[in-house]
Design a binder for this molecule. Structure first.
Ligand SMILES: C[S@@+](CC[C@H](N)C(=O)[O-])C[C@H]1O[C@@H](n2cnc3c(N)ncnc32)[C@H](O)[C@@H]1O
Length: 365
């Protein structure tokens, strides 16, 4: 393994990315629902579909403080904050921000202030253009996308976490254009139709058209797209070197949760530190986006990032495979502000140039 790595790292770009990731150090991560409440009801949101809001956020800040102290003691250094809507609990967000490296997902309706959150990576969610997004997330009444654009205009902390459904590929270019015009970068996520809505939202028709549109966005905005075409392929096909996405392979499961007793014994990599905490900060669940849903409906980019990142060994057979692993890992670090931002911004177009040719290579499957 060491000899192979050395050969691959003779490539100056790969050496640079590798050094940056190593310098940032290992991530010991957890996911936390900061609150059980939200100010909108997105159509088919996994949080409400799975009944995750039944775990109530603690009434007392002392419970939050004690949780933070316990997790620091356990060695946690990175927290993905979700919910519920984290911007509705800014005091508690601040407690976490002061204790850990964070990444937060927000619907963007309430601006997370700069003051006190200067270095916070903020993933602002959007599901489509004003019409689609307003219908699916704003209940036909609220222009969620428009308000979030205004809240995060030219805000360097923000990137768009754009969840695309199979039937909405046609609007992808104009949505990304608005995000880029707003001064922000874009990471793609893929709609998981766990409630069986079907139609444009149904995942069984596949994400081929969405991936083609993402390719087009990478060509047009290589400085702004935070996902390689290779990673889009892994997420949407659920395939990693012949392994299939699912509960048996997902790497960001809560290891000591009873639902994962068999999973952690099956020999596939997982993160032994990770836990997905419910809003009560006392109980955990199977993984970030599931209590007991079928993983066939999960196209969650965040979870697929760790599937790739924890499977380094699978990626050592060729320089191309290693490039795929390293660029994915580096992008996760860049998105989360764990590596130098100016350098990341400079390298992003080069990363796309390198990885563009990798998709569809027979060694991938
Ligand atoms: C449950 S939300 C919680 C955080 C915050 N309220 C927000 O809107 O970002 C976390 C992320 O999951 C995404 N999400 C929710 N339901 C989804 C689904 N069925 N398929 C794909 N992504 C989904 C949201 O768009 C958001 O980016």
């Amino acid at each position: 393994m060491a000899a192979r790595l050395e050969r691959y790292l003779a490539d100056p770009l790969l050496a640079r990315l590798y050094d940056a990731v190593r310098a940032a150090g290992p991530i010991r991560s957890i996911a936390v629902d900061l609150t059980d409440t939200c100010n909108i009801r997105c159509d088919g949101c996994y949080f409400f579909a799975e009944g995750m809001d039944r775990a109530r956020a603690p009434g007392s800040d002392a419970v939050v403080d004690a949780f933070v102290a316990r997790e620091r003691e356990r060695g946690t250094n990175f927290v993905t904050i979700v919910g519920g809507e984290p911007s509705l609990a800014l005091d508690r967000l601040k407690t976490f921000y002061d204790a850990f490296r964070l990444s937060v997902a927000t619907n963007g309706l309430v601006r997370i202030p700069l003051d006190g959150f200067e270095e916070l990576p903020i993933g602002v969610s959007v599901w489509g253009d004003a019409a689609t997004d307003g219908k699916l997330r704003g209940g036909g009444r609220v222009d969620v996308f428009g308000r979030a654009l205004a809240n995060y205009r030219d805000d360097e902390r923000a990137f768009w976490y754009y969840t695309v459904a199979p039937g909405h590929a046609g609007e992808l270019e104009r949505v990304v254009a608005r995000c880029v015009d707003n001064g922000n970068r874009v990471l793609f996520n893929f709609y998981g139709d766990l409630e069986g809505r079907g139609g444009a939202l149904g995942f069984r028709q596949g994400f081929g058209a969405v991936r083609d549109a993402i390719e087009g966005a990478i060509d047009r905005w290589p400085e702004h797209v935070l996902m390689t075409s290779r990673l889009a392929e892994v997420v949407t096909t659920g395939t990693l070197f012949g392994d299939r996405w699912g509960h048996a392979s997902c790497a960001s499961v809560t290891p000591d949760h009873p639902a994962n007793a068999e999973r952690v014994k099956n020999g596939r990599p997982y993160d032994p530190h990770f836990r997905a905490y419910n809003a009560d900060l006392a109980t955990t669940r199977r993984c970030c986006t599931a209590i007991d849903r079928d993983c066939a409906s999960c196209f969650d980019t965040w979870q697929h990032f760790s599937w790739v990142m924890l499977n380094l060994r699978k990626h050592l057979a060729s320089a191309e495979d290693f490039t795929s692993w390293l660029t994915t890992t580096y992008l996760f670090y860049f998105i989360n502000r764990l590596v130098d931002r100016d350098e990341g911004a400079r390298l992003l177009p080069e990363i796309h140039r390198r990885t563009h040719t990798l998709t569809g290579d027979p060694t991938w499957t």
